[in-house]
Design a protein around this ligand. Sequence first.
Ligand code: SF4
Length: 381
Amino acid sequence: MIVFENIANQKLPSEDEIVDDILTSVATIKMYNRETIKEKILTSKLVGRGGSSTLIGTKWNHFLQFESPKYLVVNAHEGEPFCEKDRALLRYETARVFAGIYLIAHTLEISEVFLAINQKYKKEIEVASKITKKLGKKLPKITIHETSERYIAGEETALINDIEGNPPRPYQRPPYPTEKGIFNRPTLVHNLETVAMLPAFITDKDFTKAGTEQSIGTKLFCVSGDVPSVFVGEFPFGISLKKVLSSAGFSETPYAVMFGIDAPLNKIQSENLMLSIENLRAANAHLGTGNIRVFNSEESLFKHLFFLLDFLEKETCAQCCPCRLGSKILPIAFRKFYETKTIEDEVLFYAKQMYKATKCSFAAAMANCFLGVVANFGRNS
Ligand code: SF4
């Protein structure tokens, strides 16, 4: 099990080292038969690292019901501002990414893999393309796809549209991509971090021993905000927030902490909060993708919130009415809130409607962000 406190302290691997490490991992994975791997995933409580904390076994179980040809999409779009986990994995842990691709494609007999990397990660795209060429038939067929620059292209159905050459806009489910995805064929979409940790889950006993009962293994956390520089580290689930923040160079008591763009904001998260999916839920938060923003003052927090609401207003794809209108109403209401610390009942009512009748969770993310601020920083909070 690889655990690092700061990924940037790792040595950047050469292409030859990456190739050797991939071949070693592939040889290890080949020692396990497909049925053993499937059984272990399908019966485990292992959750994906993409933010919704879905059980990987549930997704695989649905995917397995459909016939070939089937596709795998590895989602390294990472459009969330200040989040750099995917870039860190692609840059420093490239072999783990490719070993994970091999494991999934081999186990589920997948015809083609789309490794979808945000177009802003030029260097990582170049390295991934070279590795794919060098290994050729030793790996499944892999197409490197450069994703659209739009934030929403990271939503799984929008990403499928993007790969097919359509505008990156989410579409209504069901049917889920596991049944009808790319070119209407069954498509398994996994976040990059999920793919990269699967080989350790199968082949490394220390990985399954790490973490908590409901949050198995290790997790990458990205810390930004009032820290010297954006930080990425890998820790066992259940690590304290204090430890992660101090590793990132933040040693004060935080004024506020946000767990990703779509998580409700809590005024002060206890520094002793243990970072697991179940503990975050109990604290009325959720872990999201593990992207932590930390603030040492109200001024710094609100500066970020202004940025965030403007960002969300710009990035909505505007297909759904609650999202289209909410992205206009909430930033205006938020500016007023900043001055008065109060909010009209009509705006609160509207924000709560944003959880309904939308094609993706983007509108809910915006409402979460807004309602979390109102609940924690309003006059009566
Ligand atoms: S919720 Fe917003 S981003 Fe998602 S599909 Fe609807 S309009 Fe687009």
